[in-house]
Design a protein around this ligand. Structure first.
Ligand code: SF4
Length: 402
């Protein structure tokens, strides 16, 4: 749906932008030059771009907006990196440090299963064992020398003992690690966040985060493509990148997806300033900026891509539907968003009502999207039957008990 008729909206665009937007509306791939031109959107051009993105979304998707019912499993909140906006990671010695033991992991997953969840999202810091000696002792007690080994074991046990589909978000991984996780998960994820190397310079938000180097992350996402892993990635907006760099990040994801076809969704996440972080006083992107980032991502990635924006990171998230998104991401009836603990999940009934008012049905999906679960190339042999029996044969979305 659009707030204003599309043809009227398009008249507000300067010629070069109009050319880019009309190219996307025709279902044609934008050139890099056209895409980069979208970084110049200003003033009354914003709603025109939102309306166009919504029309492109509607051309590629039924009137359905999806979400995944999941539990969050913060396996460990230790990390070897330090990002200036993060409150998830803690230093060893901080009383809030916690590494979940196997019993805790399985108890959360089982409680989720009872509440109808189908996904177990494992979120954790990057290779904490490299930096934290006491954590290495904890891993040893659980029979492991690496976080990866422990994660693989817990994904396997969650899968076998509760039936929830693991989706690990475990930071930058090697080819071997990605391949091992592929055997015990239905999809994996790594946010690209940004392609701006500047943000790794001293004083930047990624100055002390080796795993946030854009080339490192792009290489990991590429390896996932080579291995045929249904992959979630995305951009984080408002951490100091320019509008052009934001578009370049989306183009980098498009490039990888065009080569390997593995990016099942692109998240557009807005930076939220958190107390007790070096970026506590940094300005947050407003709703207009976020909507335009969603819209640009849609126009660049095309009608078929799944574009996601988290509903709990915007005070008023309904308007995001006007900017071309078709997915809300993971929502948990049980566990908080451990990355943004101050931001509660919306009530699912309220979310459904809001979607309906906008002309869309809210539907539950699995962590793996329909187009990937039907394709043998994207699932380990051992996962195929399990995943497909959890999906509605017609839509490929989650089979929901009535
Ligand atoms: S890599 Fe992730 S968990 Fe680690 S400090 Fe950065 S944002 Fe936090």
């Amino acid at each position: 749906m659009a707030t204003i008729p599309l043809d009227v909206a398009l008249t507000t665009l300067r010629p070069q932008l109009r050319d880019a937007v009309e190219t996307a509306l025709d279902g044609t791939r934008l050139s890099d030059e056209q895409a980069l031109g979208l970084a110049e959107i200003r003033g009354a051009e914003h709603p025109a771009v939102w309306a166009a993105a919504a029309a492109v979304r509607d051309a590629g998707h039924p009137p359905v907006v999806t979400y995944s019912r999941k539990v969050f499993i913060p396996l460990t909140n230790l990390c070897r990196d330090v990002c200036s906006y993060c409150t998830f990671a803690r230093d060893e010695g901080d009383p809030r440090v916690h590494t979940m033991n196997p019993e805790e992991v399985l108890a959360v997953a089982e409680a989720g299963r009872r509440r109808g969840c189908k996904e177990a999202l494992f979120c954790l810091g990057d290779r904490p064992e490299v930096r934290w000696p006491r954590y290495r002792e904890v891993l040893k007690r659980y029979g492991h020398t690496s976080t990866h080994g422990y994660l693989v074991e817990m994904c396997r046990r969650v899968l076998e003992e509760t039936g929830l589909l693991p989706h690990p978000n475990a930071g930058v991984l090697s080819r071997r690690e990605l391949a091992e996780l592929r055997e015990v998960s239905a999809s994996q994820g790594l946010m690209l966040e940004t392609v701006s190397d500047r943000l790794c310079d001293p004083g930047g938000p990624h100055a002390n985060a080796p795993d946030k180097r854009p080339a490192t992350r792009l290489a990991a996402i590429r390896k996932a493509g080579e291995l045929g892993i249904p992959f979630t990635s995305g951009i984080l907006i408002g951490i100091g990148e320019t509008a052009v760099e934001r578009v370049e990040a989306v183009l980098a994801l498009r490039d990888l997806h065009e080569r390997f076809g593995h990016i099942q969704e692109v998240i557009v996440q807005n930076f939220r300033a958190k107390e007790d972080t070096p970026m506590a006083a940094a300005g947050e992107p407003g709703l207009i900026e976020l909507m335009t980032a969603c819209a640009i991502t849609r126009l660049i990635m095309g009608p078929g891509m799944n574009i996601q924006a988290p509903p709990n990171l915007s005070a008023d998230y309904g308007p995001l539907l006007l900017a071309g998104i078709n997915d809300w991401g993971g929502i948990s009836p049980l566990t908080p968003d451990f990355i943004n603990p101050e931001a509660p999940w919306p009530n699912i009934d309220r979310l459904a009502q809001l979607c309906e008012e906008a002309g869309y049905a809210l539907r539950e999906r699995l962590t793996i999207y329909p187009e990937y679960l039907r394709d043998d190339a994207f699932l380990d042999e051992g996962m195929r039957v399990r995943v497909r029996t959890m999906a509605d044969p017609e839509s490929g979305l989650a089979l929901v008990a009535q």
